[in-house]
Design a protein around this ligand. Sequence first.
Ligand code: COI
Length: 364
Amino acid sequence: MQAYYLRIMTNLNTFKIDITKAEQSKINQVDFDNLAFGRVFTDHMFVCDFVDGVWQQPKITPYQPLTIEPSARVLHYGQAVFEGMKAYKDDQGKVWLFRPDQNFKRINTSAARLAMPEFPESYFFKGLEELLKLDNQWIKSGVGNSLYLRPFVIATEPAIAASPANAYKFMIICSPAKAYYTGKVRVLFAEKYSRSANGGVGFAKAAGNYAAQFYPTSLAQKEGFQQVIWTDANTHENLEEAGTMNTFFRVNDTLLTAPISDRILDGVTRKSLVQLAEDLNIKCEVRTVTVNEIKTAARNGELKEIFGAGTAAVISPIEAFKHGDEVFELPEITDSYANLLKTSVLNIQHNLSEDKHGWRYEVK
Ligand code: COI
């Protein structure tokens, strides 16, 4: 276990969260074998308000609708950031988080970019711990099962001047999850629209980054492609990320992935896979990946795989891509790096293998 996690765990008992339990659990109404991503929520949620420059006493309450004024700034200017994390249960019933320190750091990096206040570390971890204890039954064991956790912050101040709010809500809601994408994904390489720009908010998990992709993605979907792989806004020549996932390309036996920048999300799964590839002696180059080299590799039979990596999607193989008028179908492959890396990361997440980098955090 990392010294960082030990320090957090030691400090957690220094304060209490106010807890109001749900009178009755909804869990018996849920079909855990047939879960569409992000539609069902657990019995409780974590809420903490920021008022007059101070984060107030955190609470856990039954999952319920919010009351905010129609003038709340989040509704007008999209001042909102979020995170995606998962809790896993092993065969002994122990509950684990995967690299939660990275999510904590990232939500505050995202918040700073949107002129929002930092959330305290102890509140974040205590909130997760208490919520997961209360909703423990919602975490199913077994690889493929998880509880998706969605921390988020919204600007609640009722004021429509276009400036940062002085009131916010930090919340965590939880949703039992299986795969985000079922089956292989077909993608389009972006040629016209862009997800992010230099100096922009592409690196942040800002709500608006996702909404901005919906329209171009819906155009791609009409052509039979579920996702867009975004290219750099200036030239559309370099492959960046897929919006819900970072991307990896296997040319012969080398994996390629774009370096993070102010346009690309610093994905927790992405950086874990770069490390795991090294552990498994898979050559992985973190460098600019061009549309042209991937098309050339596809034509020469050297492009073996493309896959996306993210918390919700885990690792999602891509079976075809389109650029210009050309559609490139990828070959079926046995012993894919996608499968090897997926097994490797899932085994760590589910406490089925050694955790030599100290990534697991036990929720006790
Ligand atoms: C995640 O992978 O956690 C994300 O935030 C992507 C989201 C669109 C589901």
